[in-house]
Design a protein around this ligand. Structure first.
Ligand SMILES: [Fe+2]
Ligand SMILES: [Fe+2]
Length: 159
């Protein structure tokens, strides 16, 4: 997990985390903070183990830690945060010594994390799923207004 810790120690990464916290100060729905990234990383890793997907643990964690890192840009500039996060991730992955092939796999998953497509590569799919099912919606005060759930649908725990 040496490369993952390189991301966590990167000053730019810490700056982007702070930008997300600032931008979501008054947000009543789920936040896109480090807690969310770690929840996603852990569920994604469990999914990979359960589904026999052969991916290095640090690749899964790096993807989850970076997937929403550009969320603040969506609030400030109106850009799609999947694209913003893909772009911001590039330099951080490079510094953390992920090779070009690994960078491309990770960037694809971040770019596609908002939409499910059965044709996408395995990492894209487990990121999409873990992003959704890792949220602790059961204790949420605004679950009735959340667009993730249809009227009358109740959140369930999976992992
Ligand atoms: Fe996202
Ligand atoms: Fe997310």
């Amino acid at each position: 997990m040496k490369r993952v810790n390189k991301i966590l120690e990167n000053e730019k990464y810490l700056y982007y985390l702070k930008k997300n916290i600032e931008a979501e100060k008054n947000r009543v729905f789920c936040h896109h903070d480090l807690r969310h990234y770690l929840d996603v990383a852990r569920v994604a890793y469990i999914l990979a183990l359960e589904e026999n997907i052969s991916l290095k643990k640090d690749i899964i964690y790096a993807t989850a830690l970076l997937h929403d890192i550009g969320r603040w840009k969506e609030y400030l500039e109106g850009v799609d945060h999947a694209i913003a996060s893909t772009n911001l991730a590039k330099e951080l992955l490079e510094i953390a010594e992920f090779n070009p092939t690994e960078q491309a796999i990770i960037q694809s998953a971040i770019r596609n994390h908002r939409k499910y497509d059965a044709k996408n590569p395995p990492l894209d799919q487990i990121l999409y799923k873990s992003d959704k099912i890792s949220r602790p919606c059961i204790e949420c005060a605004v679950v009735k207004e959340c667009k993730r759930f249809d009227i009358g649908q109740t959140p369930k725990l999976y992992y």
